[in-house]
Design a protein around this ligand. Sequence first.
Ligand SMILES: Nc1ncnc2c1ncn2[C@@H]1O[C@H](COP(=O)(O)OP(=O)(O)O)[C@@H](O)[C@H]1O
Ligand SMILES: [Mg+2]
Length: 370
Amino acid sequence: MLRFEHVSLSYGSQQILDDLSFEIQEGQMAVLIGPSGCGKTTTLKMINRLIEPTAGRIYLDGQDITTKDKVELRRHIGYVIQQIGLFPNMTVAQNISVVPTLLKYSREECDRIVRELLDMVNLPYEQYAHKYPSEMSGGQQQRIGILRALAASPPIVLMDEPFSALDPMTRRTLQQEVRALQQKLNKTFVFVTHDMAEALDLADVIIFMDHGRIVQMAPPEEMLAHPASGQIQDFLGKFIDLQSHKELTAADFMRTGVYTVSARKGINECISKMQRHNVDTLIVVDDQARYQGTVSIADIRLTGHVVQTIEPLIRCNTPTVHAEDNAKDCFDQLISSGAPYLVVLDGQGQVAGIITKTSMASAMAEQLWG
Ligand SMILES: Nc1ncnc2c1ncn2[C@@H]1O[C@H](COP(=O)(O)OP(=O)(O)O)[C@@H](O)[C@H]1O
Ligand SMILES: [Mg+2]
């Protein structure tokens, strides 16, 4: 549907776009994302020939766009930008009909289109068609801008950060509406944003750019699973973590460096270790560092005077899990058992760490907020 072949652009010695090649299929929502100044807007403007490449070719439906008349080309490409620029002296209906009128659609046809489009975004024709832009909110104006871009039923629609000036709620609603419109009308969209949440929500395919180059082009799931660079990983940030929660294990949530003691140690040694580290239990291990149980200061105080070593005081009532056990299951077990912590064992039965409510909470915070 849309194909870039080795497209480059330089202004003097400054290379703005560097050998862009990609293809977007018909009916796809492609989202261009990347840091500010990476060339997203420039790439978009090349599609409707607001900017011409210094090298390479761009094909729309197999046709080189330089073979078409610019004005004619633009009439068949929808274009929405942040400052939509509705005509202030035209009503909503007149604004939406701008391109169909230029294309000499009949008045009845224009009216039908206006009704149909307003209907799709739940703005009743009777109420809105004859309003002027100044009588509407920013979000409503932006909706009209989108409808205007769709009015002549162009096969491809370009959107350059159309929602970046809107509040989060309105933005969310408009994203959903755009996605619904795109799917209903089965149009190809090229959508520019710098907001990864928006990209992940809308895109069939994400094109990540940096310094005028494509770093990665992939569907959202694939980009989340295999980000091609550290920079993309940073952009994906919390979204990667959110989606990988299901694969988190006990090892991700445990505290290592736990205080252990051999079963053969005497009571006094045990007490002084507890005091030194300011803990009220120690994990008891055998000579191979395998888990035996726990010993607590309360038990020592109660019966310590009649025993020599801690061996008779070892309790085995602390739940154990394995390092590769599912983190969510561990969490459930920690809460439901009422135990102060879980002991995490490795494949050899050795103590790998413990999971406390605090270690769980800080690991979750880390996952969510980095
Ligand atoms: N007319 C111009 N002359 C020189 N440099 C320009 C011009 N227009 C844009 N640029 C440069 O091209 C680069 C890409 O800009 P742009 O496509 O607007 O980036 P984005 O939309 O990704 O933020 C930027 O470094 C910008 O400074
Ligand atoms: Mg831009």
